[in-house]
Structure formats: structure tokens, C-alpha cells
Design a protein around this ligand. Structure first.
Ligand code: NDP
Length: 297
């Protein structure tokens, strides 16, 4: 293996430390504590873990964590009423509704009901539009985390050729916008892309966000490219015992790391950056709403 490992866990810990310092300063100088409200509808096991981790990290960095756990049969109207209440609650700076939602609730209606200035997931069309037009937005956490890792690695991304594999609204599209805003030359690839492997082989930066375990192998990668693996896939791991699973990315790590110059591992790469960026977005939302200037983090 020759590639440098991009350690998202260490980077995210440093980021959370900086956020904690800023939160402490806000308490001292401005007498308020940013608050993040997370809503979980139903009992999806993976969502429960995500919500618990988010709440713990929020408290660790000194912010207030507000949790709403609603039954799986909650109506859309009841959820929208809760969001409306949180939109006008001055104690709440960020609102996150954990996805996926039960089938009786329309995800899009819920996301658009969140006040854009409290939309710490960055999924509201207002924030998507602001990002697409290069204006100040709340940016989706996972792609922002990827951008931070890339900027830390390269410094300047100007002129680099980036291929984003995946075009979802939560990862692929905002990732491409962020790279474009950072002056990279961006290609977005997806399931209809022709000669996909060849497209990928032209990338100085390859971002894989397809949700297909280990799809991208070393022979898809340009020698010396930097590979960011967003994928989180649970695959059977009988070698660990009956019924056991392991997490793997969208990139075949062993073959890719022979060719790439740097690569994010799964777990320990992009994943930890997502929660850290959620905390960052909450801090940013809290201070923007109050017109308080903070150091750029
Ligand atoms: P989606 O399923 O919403 O999007 C997947 C994208 O990949 C689509 O644009 C799809 O193309 C494309 N795609 C799927 N199969 C292929 C293929 N065979 N060839 C080319 N393109 C393909 O996924 P998300 O964007 O939500 O997530 C992507 C991955 O990132 C998942 O593994 C997910 O678990 C992970 N993830 C990780 C996070 C983290 O914190 N690290 C956060 C969010 C997601 P098309 O549009 O044509 O269908």
C-alpha cells in the first residue's frame, strides 16, 4: 500500500475542539448557547444510532441538544406542526429531521417546512439555490466535510480535475457545487454515464458516493489521484462469525490505495466529518441569525 491515509477521525476531532472553543466564547461574551434539535420518527435502528451519536457530540461541544422522538405512525401534519413550533423557538438554532421518514410522510414537504436559516442539513431549496449560485448557504454536511479534507490536503483546488461519482441531492450535487466554487473542473458521473471507468481515470480528485460496496477498484484510478470514499455499506462478514457484518466504502480500498496518492478509509474517513460539520453548521446558523461574527472554521 502506498497511499497516504486521510484521517477524517483526527481531523473531525480537531474541528469539534475548535467548535467547542467558539461555543465557550459565545457563552462568555454573548450569553447564549447554540441549540440543535433533532427529530426522529419511528424506530429505524440505524437512525437511532445516528441520532444518539449526534446528540452526544452536540453536548460534548457544549451546545444544547433537543431530541424529539415520535412514534412511527406520526402524521405529516403533526410533524409539520412541530417544525413550525421549532422555527419560531428562539432557543433552537438548528433543526434536523432524521431521514428516511415513514411512508405516510413526504420528505420533501418536511424539508421545505424547515426555516432555511435553521436548516443545518442544508437540504432546503433555498440553501441548495444559494450554494448553486455561489452565495452564503448552509451546506450539506457530508460534502462539506469532504471539501474540508480536500482543502486541508491540497490547499488550493484551482484547476484540478474532479469527478463526483453520484448525483444525489444530499451528496453528489452539493459536492460538485462546492468543488466548482473552489475552482476545480468538475464532472458529475452517475448510473447512465458512458465509459464510467475511463471518466474516473481522468480525475485528480475522485469522490465516490454511489452506495455500491467496493465498486471503484484500483484500475479506475489515475496514478497519484486523491480518492474520497463517501460510501457506507454494511456487507456480510462471515469471517467475523455467523450473521456478522462489516462496513465498507464504495471504493475497493486495497487496490485503490496501491494507485492513489491519498485515500479516505471506511470507517474513519468521511463519516466522522459529517457529524462535525453538522455541529459547525449549528454554530454558523446560531451566529448568523444573531449577526455575530466568528472566526471562519
Ligand atoms: P443515492 O442512492 O441517493 O445516490 C447514489 C448515486 O449513485 C445516484 O446518483 C446513482 O445514479 C449513482 N449510482 C448508483 N449506482 C451506480 C452505478 N452502478 N454506476 C454509476 N453510478 C451509480 O445515495 P447517497 O448519495 O445518499 O449516498 C451515497 C453513498 O454515500 C451511500 O453509500 C451512503 O450510505 C453514503 N453516505 C455516507 C454519508 C457519510 O456520512 N459518510 C452520508 C450520506 C451518504 P443515478 O442518479 O443515475 O441513479
Amino acid at each position: 500500500m502506498s497511499a497516504q491515509i486521510i484521517d477524517g477521525k483526527a481531523f473531525s476531532n480537531q474541528l469539534v475542539e475548535k467548535i467547542s472553543e467558539q461555543v465557550a466564547t459565545l457563552k462568555h461574551a454573548h450569553h447564549f448557547t447554540p441549540g440543535l434539535a433533532v427529530v426522529l420518527v419511528g424506530e429505524d435502528p440505524a437512525s437511532q444510532v445516528y441520532v444518539r451519536n449526534k446528540a452526544e457530540r452536540t453536548k460534548t461541544c457544549g451546545m444544547r441538544s433537543i431530541e424529539h422522538r415520535l412514534p412511527a405512525d406520526t402524521s405529516q401534519d403533526a410533524l409539520l406542526a412541530l417544525i413550525e413550533q421549532m422555527n419560531i423557538d428562539d432557543q433552537i438554532d438548528g433543526i434536523l429531521v432524521q431521514l428516511p421518514l415513514p411512508s405516510q410522510i413526504d420528505d420533501k414537504a418536511v424539508i421545505q417546512a424547515i426555516a432555511p436559516q435553521k436548516d443545518v442539513d442544508g437540504f432546503h431549496v433555498v440553501n441548495a439555490g444559494l450554494l448553486a449560485t455561489g452565495q452564503q448557504a448552509l451546506v450539506p454536511c457530508t460534502p462539506y466535510g469532504c471539501l474540508m479534507l480536500l482543502q486541508d490536503h491540497f490547499g488550493d483546488l484551482s484547476g484540478l480535475s474532479a469527478v463526483v461519482l453520484g448525483r444525489s441531492n444530499i451528496v453528489g450535487k452539493p459536492m460538485a457545487q462546492l468543488l466548482l466554487n473552489a475552482n476545480a473542473t468538475v464532472t458529475i458521473a452517475h448510473s447512465r454515464t458512458k465509459d464510467l471507468e475511463d471518466v474516473c481515470r481522468h480525475a485528480d480528485i475522485l469522490i465516490a458516493a454511489v452506495g455500491r460496496p467496493e465498486m471503484v477498484t484500483g484500475d479506475w484510478i489515475k496514478k497519484g489521484a486523491v480518492v474520497i470514499d463517501v460510501g457506507i455499506n454494511r456487507v456480510p462478514a462471515p469471517e467475523r462469525g455467523e450473521g456478522k457484518y462489516r462496513l465498507t466504502g464504495d471504493v475497493h480500498f486495497d487496490s485503490a490505495s496501491e494507485i492513489a496518492s491519498a485515500i479516505t478509509p471506511v470507517p474513519g474517513g468521511v463519516g466522522p466529518m459529517t457529524i462535525a460539520c453538522l455541529l459547525r453548521n449549528t454554530l454558523v446558523a446560531a451566529t448568523r441569525r444573531r449577526n455575530i461574527a466568528i472566526d471562519n472554521i
